[in-house]
Write a protein that binds this ligand. Structure first.
Ligand code: CAA
Length: 259
């Protein structure tokens, strides 16, 4: 499908989704969010894709929700807009395929929230992160108040959200908001390298690992342990498990089923 505001490319079993509204630093308006949801649904269903990379064209990853669209919203419209973005970001978080954010530039407000809904964040050295919403008279609206403290801890999340401070990639790495920082030129290569490494593993095992982490993180430890045990058990019903272990014992590379 063709999108007005998104570019989607494929490299082997990896899809790369780029926001393509560089004139407004890839700000998220309703049209972009609706396209994003369609693209996510399409990628979810595409059996030839194992891993998704999300990035942005130009100097921004995503500089937030679109302020010109939001300015005149009523309370109800504001809530609906928040609900739309939060619903799509939750779909990204819960989709079975791993998602890597390749953060090339500004990831502010809704952009930081989008990056946080991805499984892994790799930042270019010029990337900037922050939740500047209070400076606009609003709270973060696409679940930033929930994901930021889970990633960086309560104290740092409150500091960032209350001050609206914008931090650079190195600081984001230091507080655990990003997994690693690389030069801008290396960013896509690094994201692709990681994506391909993930894609070379047993995809059912990757999918179950993601599910165990995502479901378990919101439960008490013993319930979470049960979730892991069930998924661990299910792995033994797959050809991938037989192949992975046989390959190890035969000292060869495993040939995992693609689907
Ligand atoms: N919404 C709409 N337009 C935006 C935008 C946004 N979030 N961010 C940037 N733009 C537009 C600018 O208005 C400007 O448009 P014009 O050329 O028509 O003037 C264009 O993009 C380029 O931006 P700047 O000239 O400002 O670029 P800069 O390099 O000087 O500054 C910046 C870059 C620091 C990122 C600055 O653009 C900025 O502060 N942007 C807003 C960041 C922000 O507050 N994000 C949070 C939005 S609220 C939100 O996201 C709510 C939520 O949680 C769901």
């Amino acid at each position: 499908m063709d999108y007005k505001n998104l570019l989607i490319k494929k490299q082997d079993d990896v899809a790369i989704l780029s926001f393509n509204r560089p004139k407004v630093l890839n700000a998220l308006n309703t049209d972009v969010l609706i396209e994003l949801e369609q693209a996510i649904e399409e990628i979810k269903e595409d059996e030839t894709i194992d891993v998704l990379i999300i990035t942005g064209e130009g100097k921004a990853f995503v500089a937030g929700a679109d302020i010109s669209e939001m300015r005149d919203k009523t309370a109800e419209e504001g809530r609906n807009f928040g609900e739309l973005g939060a619903r799509i970001f939750r779909k990204i978080e819960l989709m079975e395929k791993p998602v890597i954010a390749a953060v090339n530039g500004f990831a502010l407000g809704g952009g930081c929230e989008l990056a946080m809904s991805c499984d892994i964040r790799i930042a270019g050295e010029k990337a900037k992160f922050g939740q500047p919403e209070v400076g606009l008279g609003i709270t973060p609206g696409f679940a930033g108040t929930q994901r930021l403290p889970r990633l960086v801890g309560l104290a740092k999340a409150k500091e960032l959200i209350f001050t609206g401070d914008i931090i650079d990639a190195k600081e984001a790495e230091k507080i655990g908001l990003v997994n690693k920082v690389v030069s801008g030129e290396e960013l896509m290569d690094e994201a692709l390298k990681m994506a391909k490494k993930i894609a070379s593993n047993g995809q059912i095992a990757v999918k179950y690992s993601k599910a165990a982490i995502n479901r378990g993180i919101n439960c008490d430890f013993d319930t979470a342990n049960e979730i892991e045990k069930d998924l661990f058990g299910l792995c033994f019903a797959t050809e991938d498990q037989k192949e992975g272990m046989t390959a190890f014992l035969e000292k060869r590379k495993p040939m995992f089923k693609k689907k």
